[in-house]
Design a protein around this ligand. Structure first.
Ligand code: C2E
Ligand code: MG
Ligand code: MG
Ligand code: MG
Length: 289
């Protein structure tokens, strides 16, 4: 009888598992094809300099222009790409594309590119990829920033730190992304000298509602300042958040308040409109304080 139950259960789960595996396999094939056929594109979201009242750069955010599903956000395919070893070639494409685009922008405007922890498994090859993207595009290294998450340092290998050091030595900025979401965030700041820290949007979102978020943002901003690192607040959606961040001396803000990520063709318009909007908002906030 027990045997029968066991078999019955197995039969019940098999079709569901099969369907899952098949969907995954289909997505995997789709993803490989996407890379070959050029279905990826980068959208750009402005970073507004809170002291100089202007757009200081753009973060490049990956999108998949799927023939049937439309525009697919990175959360829906980057994890699988990492798993099946496709993030290295996709990441190389992202770097080359972002540098080529940024080379067309005004001199003072930087571009920020997200790196996957999996790309650090490549070691020296990652450094070569960065060097090549810069050389091919002619972009000055100081105009490129690379965003890494705490997970990269969680690997805690000597090689990771060597790779990061070599990229930094090219003159490229190294940014800690989503700061505050890891297990030992403060500890990571001691392992490597970052140029900039991005305060995770979960803290920014609740700024007006929760006192602990305000306290965390204040502490991170002042800590980074004393360590010589600049700070970017992610996910800034309203003026009250901007007012708080400005008062606390945060360096940059990024979020829907200024603009969502938009295609490369919209960069000139974002430079103008977000610059004007930022200047108007910040001038008003400064006058009120
Ligand atoms: P991230 O680097 O922390 O990027 C910020 C995310 O917040 C983006 O989501 C952006 O669209 C979203 N965002 C910006 N402003 C606001 C706002 O005011 N409110 C809210 N609610 N959200 C806002 P997106 O584009 O879906 O990207 C998600 C994540 O995917 C990124 O998080 C990054 O970790 C990863 N990613 C994006 N592009 C790449 C890439 O080229 N390579 C790799 N490895 N990962 C990437
Ligand atoms: Mg990022
Ligand atoms: Mg982030
Ligand atoms: Mg984030």
């Amino acid at each position: 009888r027990a045997k029968l139950d066991g078999r019955g259960r197995a039969r019940l789960f098999e079709p569901a598992m099969d369907a899952l595996m098949q969907a995954r396999r289909a997505l995997e094939l789709d993803l490989r094809k996407a890379l070959r056929q050029g279905e990826f594109e980068l959208h750009y979201q402005p970073l507004v300099d809170l002291r100089r009242h202007r757009v200081s750069g753009f973060e490049a955010l990956l999108r998949w222009r799927h023939p049937e599903r439309g525009l697919v956000p990175p959360g829906e395919f980057v994890p699988l790409a990492e798993e099946i070893g496709l993030i290295a070639p996709i990441g190389a494409w992202v770097l080359a594309e972002a540098c080529a685009q940024a080379a067309l922008w005004p001199e003072a405007v930087r571009v920020s590119v997200n790196l996957s922890p999996a790309q650090f498994g490549q070691g020296e090859a990652l450094v070569d990829t960065v060097r090549e993207a810069l050389a091919r595009s002619g972009l000055a290294p100081s105009r490129l920033e690379l965003e890494i998450t705490e997970t990269v340092l969680l690997l805690d290998t000597h090689e990771t730190l060597v790779t990061l050091g070599e990229i930094k030595a090219l003159g490229v900025g190294i940014v800690m992304d989503d700061f505050g979401t890891g297990y030992s965030s403060l500890g990571y700041l001691r392992k490597f000298t970052f140029d900039k820290v991005k305060i995770d949007q979960s803290f920014v979102r609740d700024l007006g509602r929760r006192e602990d978020c305000a306290a965390i943002v204040r502490a991170v901003t002042s800590l980074c300042d004393s360590l010589g690192m600049s700070t970017t607040a992610e996910g800034v959606e309203d003026e009250a958040q901007l007012a708080y961040l400005t008062a606390e001396g945060c360096t940059e803000a990024q979020g829907y308040l200024f603009s969502p990520p938009r295609p490369a063709a919209d960069v000139p318009e974002m430079l103008r409109l977000c610059g004007e909007r930022g200047d108007a908002l910040l001038t008003r906030l400064e006058a009120a304080s």
